[in-house]
Design a protein. Structure first.
Length: 584
């Protein structure tokens, strides 16, 4: 038990309190009565269950920047630094099991939730586990969706039950879907005729005919254009006339033969041979003239020859002049003769060149005529081939017949394909129906197995609840039966008092039941300290009986300490076990 309790800034309360085996805190509203219960709770657990386990949550109880609780020398403190709360717990502190139930919350739960909340706080033997249950369920239902298993056996059972029921719902829904699908497929199959496999052969033959007819129609639609192009091509072909070509050959041959036979190259050689001596002679005259001219210049204005020194006479000068005049006349005559020969020779060579060019032109044309003459038969055959291809093209009247054939074949193909779709649908429906039956049987088996697994879990849950309830009810009824004259029992998963449901109890009766449950739960753990708020709800007669039972439970060490809050405490408390009233 806790003997000394010191508080600092816990819900506005600061002080030191001495506690007895039975301690009742009293006082008017808002003086800090509940703060003492919160402080004891912090000393037992390190947190207050209704607030939360985080340090920031616990600090909501503080009325300053630092809050502390000291119980029998063990210090618990919470301090806010820079908006962050730091918690300090005693070294080696091990929190007590969480058994503090909430009275209002407990009676607002459903019966399943209330039973689980009470049983969750009960102590179970270490040998009681779900390993064997899980193994048995896996054998019965291999597809059972096991959830994450909590440490508490009852919570594990509830989690398995919840998962199993959810899975059972899914299985039922899927089973219903497959049953409906099987029935729907059966109805649809009844309306679809069965077709022989030879239907595919008929579709292939009709498809081939239809393809051929469409190809012919495309050819027919293109025939007009092809015919116009072929005729244009045939008309554009030029085929020379053989007789006309023969006449032209005769004319060209005669013209060629009438041309001069002189060769321009030969004429050039003859001209060079004739003109060369004349040009050499003219060159000599020009050299002699130059020498006479140079001599005349040398002696001009001199009486003696500058070279030999003999006397130069007027006669000598006149002689040179006469010589130069004679040479000039001779050179003019020879030059005129050379130009005459050049003009004549040039005319002959031009004529020879023109004749030669004409002759080459005629020869080239004769070559072309020869090629044309030889290609006449080939051109005639090519044009005939083009005309023959035109004659092979389909006529416009064939188009009407082909279009009618295509319409008929398409109608035939549509009918065959409709029959094929019906046949394929029948096969698909048959497969779907077979699959639906298979899945239906599979889910019928699953449904049966999950029902067996849920039954096994339910039996195990009943066994666990019975084992837990036996010890719990025995201790709880040591409080409840003397105070209420009725026993607490567990029937069909819900706690009852006598023949009454817990929800029909009065406020006073509920507090007595709550006290019994709290004492029974605390008795199973260490330390065996019971905390209760709002004792004023219990009427005085039952409260007196409750404290007598509490004293006896403390004396026989079923519990070690009781701390309660009461606005109107009893005039006197039991004294044998030791009691105290703290008035705030």
């Amino acid at each position: 038990m806790i003997k000394t309790l010191q508080l600092l800034n816990v819900k506005g309360l600061t002080g030191q309190f001495e506690l007895a085996p039975i301690t009742v805190v009293t006082g008017s509203n808002s003086v800090g009565k509940t703060a003492i219960l919160n402080a004891v709770t912090l000393a037992l657990l390190g947190y207050v269950p209704g607030i939360g386990k985080q340090a920031n949550s616990t600090f909501t109880l503080a009325s300053g920047t630092r809050m502390a609780v000291q119980a029998d020398g063990r210090m618990f403190q919470w301090e806010q630094k820079r908006l962050k709360v730091q918690a300090t717990l005693p070294e080696g502190f091990v929190p007590a099991p969480e058994t503090m139930l909430d009275t209002a919350g407990l009676f607002s739960l459903t019966k399943e939730q209330r039973t689980l909340a009470i049983m969750r706080a009960c102590h179970l033997p270490d040998s009681m586990g779900t390993v064997s249950l899980v193994e048995q369920c896996r054998v019965i239902c291999p597809s059972f969706p096991f959830p994450a298993m909590p440490d508490n056996v009852l919570e594990s059972i509830e989690a398995m039950t919840k998962a199993g029921k959810a899975f059972q719902t899914v299985v039922k829904d899927r089973l219903g879907e497959y049953e409906a699908a099987a029935a729907r497929h059966a109805d649809e199959m009844a309306a679809i005729p069965n077709e022989p496999k030879s239907l595919e052969l008929s579709i292939g033959e009709t498809s081939e005919k239809l393809g051929g007819a469409k190809q012919k129609l495309r050819h027919c639609l293109n025939a007009d254009g092809e015919r116009a192009k072929a005729m244009e091509k045939a008309g554009a072909m030029f085929i020379p006339d053989a007789a006309t070509l023969a006449v032209e050959v005769t004319q060209l041959t005669a013209e060629r033969d009438s041309l001069p036979k002189e060769d321009s190259a030969v004429l050039s050689k003859e001209f060079d041979a004739k003109i060369k001596p004349m040009r050499e002679k003219l060159g000599g005259i020009r050299a002699t003239y130059k020498a006479a001219s140079d001599r005349s210049k040398e002696i001009a204005g001199h009486s003696d020859c500058p070279l030999c020194g003999h006397a130069v006479t007027e006669q000598d000068r006149q002689k040179l002049v006469s010589q130069m005049e004679a040479l000039t006349e001779s050179g003019k005559g020879l030059g005129a003769e050379i130009r005459s020969i050049e003009d004549e020779s040039g005319a002959k060579r031009v004529a020879a060149s023109e004749a030669e060019a004409k002759r080459n032109q005629i020869e080239k044309r004769l070559g072309v005529i020869d090629v044309q003459s030889k290609s006449i038969s080939t051109l005639v055959a090519a044009r005939e081939a083009i005309l023959e291809s035109v004659r092979s093209l389909p006529l416009p009247e064939e188009k009407v017949a082909l279009e009618a054939d295509i319409v008929s074949l398409e109608a035939q193909m549509g009918s065959l394909q409709a029959r094929q779709r019906h046949w394929q649908a029948a096969q698909a429906l048959q497969n779907s129906a077979d699959l639906a039956v298979k899945h239906r049987k599979e889910y019928e088996s699953k449904l049966a197995s999950v029902k067996l697994a849920l039954g096994l879990i339910s039996d195990f849950r009943g066994e666990v609840l019975g084992m837990v309830a036996a010890s719990l009810l025995n201790t709880a009824n040591r409080v409840i039966e003397p105070c209420l004259g009725m026993k607490l029992s567990l029937e069909e998963g819900d706690f009852r008092v006598g023949n009454a449901s817990m929800l029909t109890l009065s406020g006073s009766e509920r507090m007595v039941v709550f006290a019994g449950l709290q004492i029974a739960l605390s008795a199973a753990h260490t330390p065996k300290i019971v905390l209760m708020d709002e004792l004023g709800v219990i009427d005085p007669t039952r409260k007196e009986l409750l404290f007598k039972v509490l004293e006896q439970l403390i004396l026989d060490k079923t519990i070690s300490q009781f701390i309660g809050v009461d606005i109107h405490p009893l005039p006197t408390l039991p004294t044998v076990a030791g009691s105290k009233v703290i008035k705030l």
